[in-house]
Write a protein that binds this ligand. Structure first.
Ligand code: PTT
Ligand code: SF4
Length: 611
């Protein structure tokens, strides 16, 4: 095989044993890499019904055939597990030198299983793999721990690690890297924490086998130049994703006061232009010339890297209109290794519960000092923070009454920063995302605002499907960053060309979309096998708040999502996917997509419709 190393590293932390094995070219051709490999491994190997926080769970680190090559924005890594937040499939994508070193060490995938007897870290130095004692690293924040590891292993190694949130099993703890990159929203940091694995340090020095290495270098350089020449490149370098704050405010989709509203009075003070005024520098993932990380000075004169989601969720969603203070909360989240989206939702939920006098603790909207303390309480599981560390679905269940109506999650994963009172297409995207309410698969909202917010049209279903194929299927399996395409208009046609010089295989778009559909169906089968009789189409609904509580301010005042319209779209979505009325793939669909064995296995748990 070219393009793929063809090797998987398996680390059993309980036994202290590491092994490598080769996978087949069939797996490469049918699942491509990244998300495709991760779900294939989790489906094949995980016992059904295991607790995500048990030695039986696995963490899969997966690269794709383009990862780490001299191609645009290829320094990304997919992390996957059975999520402690949702109980279903969960993954995240992180920019890290670890992705490149892993490929250069000769592996495409690492599987972490079992649980170490004591806090440990993994050292992968090409073929030499060691599980070492974490010693004093355990308990340290991610910034300090990363620095200590760099002092010891060298400035250039790849490092993935968890902070105290992962160690303390916060259900939305992430994996962090490069002092400010964070991935694995559905609690992959908590699974690593349960495994007592503080960090993974990787140094790789080999060549990745390529079909046409000269051709790849040339094409990669051509692609990088094409990105530099894009008309919006300059503005992108100034603001990156932060420009979305102003856009969201203008279009009344900026999450505000726990998604009660879509506009925030102080939006201007936390937007892209406000960010430019306190910007110190720009950072990016390796192998990328778009450098979209905006490093700013926070209220404690420390640096903090801001993106749209961080600011929307720790700013407007909790009523905080001071960007430096938002940056402080964000820095804490990065240091502790906790997801800003779920954290912002959990804090918004707590503030609303306090306003409604449903809890004894008092915490007002926009109260920075209490919010900062609450972040620490969540991470160290103190008082109310201990409950909030469980995620909004579990908190609402405990609180009872109508709390689940304004607990903003789908399948247990908190909603990312787009209000959907008047965005049915985006609501469908959140509802049907394969990991819970994340925007990464089908970020259709920008298109939806252009074509008309009101409609529940078939075109919106098609757009969700198209984006799920491109973003969730293609980019998550290649594994490279999708932002050159979605933000700068770097054409998708480059990717089959990249694949050709890397692997020698002609992947037409149609073939890649078929792989994407296979991945989506397998992920859906995984969820259904886990939930069994508890699975129903209700799992694919956005939070009740958007249906029941109209916006009270802004240009879309009075808007709500229409339940019958949403139901119609969801049914249409199922039909187009070849799923039945419960959202379960039919036997015919699974057979058609090459998942006959999956159909046989799934039949042991639920009744499958034949077509
Ligand atoms: C991603 C989610 C996002 S999506 C953001 S901001 W974004 C938040 N970032 C967090 C953070 O920072 N610190 C923290 N403690 N928690 C955070 N939670 C949130 O996590 C990120 C970029 C961004 S910035 C986006 S859109 C794109 N995402 C990609 C993706 O998903 N796939 C892909 N092939 N390419 C992508 N490119 C872009 O990468 P999750 P990163 Mg992230 C600090 O991880 O779990 O997927 O959640 O990885 O390296 O920081 O790059 O407006
Ligand atoms: Fe990383 Fe941004 Fe480059 Fe994507 S565009 S690889 S997120 S720096």
């Amino acid at each position: 095989m070219y393009g793929w190393n063809g090797r998987i590293l398996r680390v059993n932390l309980s036994k202290g044993k590491t092994t490598t094995y080769e996978y087949t070219s069939d797996m490469a051709l049918n699942f491509l890499g990244g998300r495709g490999f991760a779900i294939k491994i989790l489906w094949d190997e995980l016992s059904v019904g295991i607790s995500p926080l048990s030695p039986d769970n696995m963490v899969v680190l997966a690269t794709g055939p383009l990862t780490g090559l001299p191609l645009p924005s290829s320094g990304k890594l997919l992390l996957a597990t059975k999520s402690p937040l949702t109980g279903g499939y969960g993954d995240g994508n992180i920019g890290s030198r670890a992705a490149i070193h892993l490929r250069k060490a000769g592996y495409d995938v690492v599987i972490l299983e079992g649980r170490a007897p004591k806090p440990s870290f993994l050292w992968i130095d090409d073929d030499r793999v060691e599980i070492l004692g974490a010693g004093d690293l355990w308990g340290l924040g991610a910034f300090k721990a990363e620095k200590e590891l760099r002092d010891k292993f060298g400035r250039k190694v790849g490092i993935l690690l968890i902070g105290p949130a992962g160690e303390n099993l916060v259900r939305y703890a992430t994996v962090v890297s490069e002092s400010g990159r964070s991935g694995g929203r559905p609690g992959i940091g908590a699974v690593m924490g349960f495994k007592r694995l503080k960090a993974i340090v990787i140094r790789g020095s080999k060549d990745i086998p390529l079909f046409d290495s000269d051709g790849l270098r040339k094409l990669g350089a051509e692609g990088s130049r094409a990105i530099l020449e894009k008309p919006n490149y300059g503005f992108w370098r100034r603001q990156g994703t932060m420009a979305v704050i102003e856009w969201s405010q203008e279009n009344s989709v900026l999450p505000t006061f726990n998604f009660k509203e879509g506009v925030f009075e102080q939006a201007e003070t936390i937007g892209g232009f406000a960010m430019e005024r306190i910007k110190l520098s720009q950072k990016g993932c390796p192998n990328c010339n778009m450098l979209c990380g905006n490093v700013v000075e926070d209220s404690g004169e420390l640096s903090s890297e801001l993106d749209y989601e961080n600011v929307a969720m720790l700013g407007s969603n909790i009523g905080l209109g001071d960007l430096k203070k938002v940056a402080t909360l964000n820095r804490l989240a990065d240091d502790y290794g906790v997801d800003t989206i779920s954290l912002g939702n959990a804090m918004g939920f707590a503030m609303e519960a306090s306003e409604k006098k449903l809890i004894d603790d008092k915490i007002d909207w926009g109260d920075f000092v209490s919010a900062r303390e609450l972040v620490r309480d969540v991470v160290y599981r103190r008082g109310m923070g201990d409950t909030l560390a469980e995620g909004t679905r579990r908190v609402a269940d405990r609180l009872g009454g109508d709390a689940s109506r304004w607990a903003m999650n789908v399948k247990g994963l908190e909603v990312s920063g787009y209000d959907c009172h008047l965005a049915p297409g985006m609501a469908l995207s959140f509802g049907t995302s394969p990991i819970g309410a994340h925007h990464k698969d089908a970020w259709v909202i920008s298109w939806e605002v252009q074509v008309g917010r009101q409609s529940y049209s078939e075109a919106k279903i098609d757009k969700v499907l198209e984006f799920q194929r491109i973003r969730g299927g293609l980019f998550e399996s290649l594994v490279t960053c999708r932002l050159p395409w979605i933000e700068l208009g770097f054409s998708l046609e480059w990717y089959p060309r990249f694949l050709k010089v890397a692997t020698g295989v002609n992947f037409q778009m149609e073939k890649l979309f078929r792989i994407a559909d296979r991945i989506y169906n397998l992920i859906r089968a995984f969820w259904v096998r886990e939930y069994q009789a508890k699975w129903s189409s209700v799992m694919d609904y956005p939070p009740d708040r958007w249906f029941n509580e109209p916006l009270t301010v802004g240009p879309c005042k009075g808007a709500t999502l229409k339940r019958d319209g949403y139901e119609r779209m969801l049914r249409g979505y199922y039909r187009k996917r070849g799923w039945d009325h419960r959202g379960i793939p039919t036997e015919a669909t699974l057979n058609r997509i090459g998942l006959t064995e999956v159909a046989k296995e799934l039949k042991r748990y639920v009744k499958l419709r034949s077509s």
